[in-house]
Design a protein around this ligand. Sequence first.
Ligand code: FE2
Length: 160
Amino acid sequence: MRTERIERVRKLVYSLLDEAGLDSQETASSLMHIESVARISYLLAMRRGIEKSELAYIAGLLHDVYAIVTGEREKHAEKGSLLATSILNTLAIFTFSECQIITEAIRNHSSKKRTDDEYSEVLKDADALDHYLSSSIISAKDRGRIEKAFFELTEKSPCL
Ligand SMILES: [Fe+2]
């Protein structure tokens, strides 16, 4: 999956991570997570018949940038949504409603117990699924989402 807009966002995200001065291990694992969440988000969006699956991909790329560059996990979804707004405004390649879809999904992505709009749900499920696929510790709130989203994509149950 490659579009001009995805490449523009990716380039900006990579330069922000570069400027953050993280060690190479941290940078590698952060990049792996956001790239993986972006790709899973795209697949889930396609599977669910979501019209603008490119936006799901972009929300995945941007969803943890705030937490990665600041090292702060506390309220990183809300703060990350503000950072994403400023990134998207800087790029000026998205409509107002596209910006809203992306930033809203980022703002909601930590609220895994709640059900929100379809793009937010894709991002939450992709985030949870990547925790499973990357062998991270699975939190109780991610469990149900992992089971459902894994089955949706593979028609098999995950080994939890
Ligand atoms: Fe994440």
